[in-house]
Ligand binder design. Structure first.
Ligand SMILES: NC(=O)c1ccc[n+]([C@@H]2O[C@H](COP(=O)([O-])OP(=O)(O)OC[C@H]3O[C@@H](n4cnc5c(N)ncnc54)[C@H](OP(=O)(O)O)[C@@H]3O)[C@@H](O)[C@H]2O)c1
Length: 264
């Protein structure tokens, strides 16, 4: 699939990776429908897309509310008559040890990062299936492929999203729909304003934070190619491959290196 002339719905489009994906989609000639809660920020991104010659609409959406997700899909269909690509990107993190994590934080992360994607997918999927064409890209994380201390709550939401993506991919195989799961490592966005970066494992500092524009290109490439799994950046991809072959060793290495770096 080429994104030119396609209709792309993007959640979490008001900042960071979602904003960069919106601009990249517009650059590739897609019409974008942008969703998030902050209306002013969302409209500013839509205006940026339009200034680059793209067609953009913004629809204020709280993905934790199923009704909002249904309304988002309904509005996109009203405006364009179809949805070719859905990018489930909205999310946030609070890093805390399980011992002390607040239940309400764990719940809100799951409702946003996991159920937000479930609600939007369930709203858009019937239309894609009827058209026998569509792409769904879920933005998970490396934290959805490897657990680590203080990441239990956030990681659980991303492991859930990875499992959801795998199952959905099998369910729709041969029916014209492709599902992709993109797992970024540390990316330079507002994400860390809320999730204190110091709480990340020390070893993650060895991998330089990537720019949201780079992650956005990978997400758009995944939408076009339908590739199931993409991990960025490449060193994170290598480390996850190593963890899949030797999980205990990978965890031990991560703890050792993090221990050394965190003492500094
Ligand atoms: N930054 C990283 O290192 C990193 C690494 C791996 C994965 N990720 C994932 O990438 C995605 C984007 O994060 P980011 O780094 O771009 O962070 P960001 O700049 O903080 O962007 C998060 C986006 O999600 C939206 N959002 C949050 N809660 C929402 C809700 N209830 N309903 C609708 N929209 C909501 C925010 O918009 P509003 O506040 O306006 O609603 C914002 O547009 C997240 O799923 C995150 O888990 C990030």
């Amino acid at each position: 699939m080429n994104l030119r002339g396609r209709i792309v719905v993007i959640t979490g489009a008001s900042s960071g990776i979602g904003r960069a994906v919106s601009l990249e989609c517009a650059r590739r000639g897609a019409a974008v429908v942008l969703a998030a809660r902050r209306e002013d920020r969302l409209e500013a991104v839509a205006a940026e897309c339009r200034s680059r010659g793209g067609k953009a609409d913004s629809i204020v959406t709280d993905v934790t509310r199923r009704g909002d997700c249904e309304r988002l899909v309904a509005r996109a269909l009203e405006i364009h008559g179809r949805i070719d690509v859905l990018i489930n990107n909205a999310g946030f993190a609070i890093f805390d040890p399980i011992e002390t994590a607040r239940p309400e934080d764990l719940q809100l992360m799951m409702e946003t990062n996991y159920f937000g994607a479930v609600h939007c997918t369930q709203a858009a999927l019937p239309h894609m299936l009827a058209a026998r064409e569509g792409r769904i890209v879920n933005v998970a994380s490396i934290a959805g492929l490897m657990g680590y201390e203080r990441m239990g709550g956030y990681g659980a939401t991303k492991f859930a999203l990875v499992g959801f993506s795998e199952s959905l991919s099998d369910e729709v195989a041969g029916r014209g729909i492709r599902v992709s799961c993109v797992c970024p490592g540390t990316t330079n966005t507002e994400f860390f304003v809320k999730a204190e970066r110091d709480k990340m494992p020390g070893a993650s500092r060895l991998i330089l934070a990537v720019k949201p524009e780079r992650v956005a290109r990978v997400i758009c490439d995944a939408a076009e190619s339908g590739t199931y799994r993409r991990i960025v950046p490449f060193p994170a991809h290598l480390f996850i491959r190593f963890k899949e072959v030797a999980p205990r060793l990978a965890h031990m290495l991560m703890r050792r290196v993090s221990g050394i770096l965190e003492k500094r």
